[in-house]
Design a protein around this ligand. Sequence first.
Ligand SMILES: CC(C)(COP(=O)(O)OP(=O)(O)OC[C@H]1O[C@@H](n2cnc3c(N)ncnc32)[C@H](O)[C@@H]1OP(=O)(O)O)[C@@H](O)C(=O)NCCC(=O)NCCS
Length: 175
Amino acid sequence: MDNLDTMNLRLRPYTKADESAARSAHMVAVAEGSHMLLGFDDDTPWDDFLNSIDDQRAGLHHSQYVVRGVQLAADVNGEIVGRASVRFELNEFFQTQGGHIGYYVRPEYRQRGYATEILCQALIIARSEGVGPVLMYCSDNNVGSCRAIERNGGVLDETGLSVDDQWTWRRYWIP
Ligand SMILES: CC(C)(COP(=O)(O)OP(=O)(O)OC[C@H]1O[C@@H](n2cnc3c(N)ncnc32)[C@H](O)[C@@H]1OP(=O)(O)O)[C@@H](O)C(=O)NCCC(=O)NCCS
């Protein structure tokens, strides 16, 4: 891991200039069964997506998957390496999966400490909004995510079987 790169990681809002890079990162994420951009479809106009992020920050348009919070690009030296989603409140859905913070790191940037740093910075943002303790979920076999949570002080609370009995979830609290 290059410590300098980790030090250069910034969580920042998406801009108009991010459209192409973020769209292609999103396509890769979807192909591996994950999400780079949340609340985004291939045919979503970029301006609409940017507006939806502003609305989410303002606490507008609540739904099962949208609560007040922020969705930010993780930028290292001008490259988008992943994202953070920070939820300032929890509904029933996020209490039982998802928790307060989610993140994604693009495949070519993994195992460089970026998820650990993204979570570290996302925790500061969550706490600045009065969130605490911070609820986190990950899959038992997601070594990188479990480790990033533990590195950031996560305390394992409970594990359980997914609804389809196919995998085990872990619930952590970060004080
Ligand atoms: C999970 C994910 C976020 C990890 O991102 P990352 O930037 O590679 O994580 P980090 O580099 O910060 O790694 C944290 C630790 O886990 C280890 N690690 C990461 N991926 C690993 C892997 N596949 N196998 C073994 N160890 C792994 C790292 O070596 C590091 O260990 P250390 O703390 O001892 O140094 C990334 O793989 C990803 O985006 N996956 C798809 C989406 C996802 O799962 N999101 C999380 C949902 S809960």
